[in-house]
Design a protein around this ligand. Sequence first.
Ligand code: HDL
Ligand code: ZN
Length: 437
Amino acid sequence: MTTTAILTDRAAIGRCVHEAIEAQPITDIHTHCYTPRFGATRYPGAEREGLLLWGIDELVTYHYLIAEVFRVVPAMKGSFSYEQFWKMSRPEQADHIWKHLFVERTPLSEACRGVLTTLTRLGLDPNEKTLEPYRRWFAEQNPDKYIDRVMELSGVDQITMTNPVFDDTERAMWEEDASIGDDPRFAAVLRIDPLLRDWPGAVKKLAGWGFDVSADFSGRTIDEVRRFLREWVDRQSAVYIAMSLPPEFRYPDPANPDGDRFIRDILMPICAERGLPWAMMIGSKLGVNPALGDAGDMVGKADVGAVVNLCRDFPENKFLVTMLSRENQHELCVAARKFGNLMVFGCWWFLNNPVLIEEMTRMRLELLGTSFIPQHSDARILDQLIYKWDHSRRIIGKVLVDKYADLVEAGYHVTSESIRADVARLMRDNFHDFLKL
Ligand code: HDL
Ligand code: ZN
């Protein structure tokens, strides 16, 4: 029987928040992880066998770390080149990164510290000078069982995937085995960026897949693209439909009437019909340095007005929104105050650093109470769930303690029961309740 104690001092509040946040199962609403049936690298350094990335060589070659290693070993004329790096095997790339970022320099960045936290939480010593001891340990792990271990250590009870239907490799996997996503630990998300980022190119692909569509929306285009979305939402049992959008994204956008028409006549009706949120991840400028591959994307300040217009014009639709620019965060919070069909989530990508997670969580609590989703991991490598949630839980907990202490100061009776209920909302229930709206 849990007690409902009224907490009056900061230390008691701190203990209660810490216990609640450590015990609270987390639904991770945005990751790039996959069920083992999408294929997992069998052992460290092996060629990738599929889409589920895990283990030390993937951890250390996370694209955030690739970007960072090219800062300390720049690709300049006559020295190390991008081509040389990309010609390396994944273990060789990992060795290069480990040497320069973890051995010859102090791994102070958040992406570096994340690897250390993960290794330590797995019971390994993060101070090794080479990756060999880790490779030996990971070689003994079974990917499917390892997923359970990572979920236990990270406290994540649902890993929400990102399933880009325009990715030929992944689409073929779904078409070959529609049950590939059936794993109670995971949920699927229909990711459809090209339909807004490149309508003509997307329409050409749909036509090639047998849909009767034209870029000028003539004929049965609207019905056929709706059919395409319905088919994939149903095949994946997708829990929401997602897009990453550039800083230039506008709605309405006189410069992109096709995009406006797709949103108005196709996406919004299908999302409303299926009760699915549209997750907009706004502010990613892709390929500013193409030589870096996945590490070559950048952030740009976007237009919150587009979100406001969509929430207002489509009151029956639900919008999950995260924005990549720090400068957009306050305005997005204020927009969420105006629209109950807008759920703000996460500290995305370049915002997933302690100083910004703290700033954003404090801002959101002060403007939105507990009606937001403070974090998602964006994990690309399964093991990252361990550090991304370890680091974020601590910061979210720290901010909550301050805010509860403020309430005690204001004479309010803060109870252990209310703290547990708030933490459940923030870390899990807000997402599930929003899906059911
Ligand atoms: O578009 C997205 O979902 C982004 O999260 C990208 O995957 C990005 O490369 C990333 O990994 N961010 O953490
Ligand atoms: Zn992502």
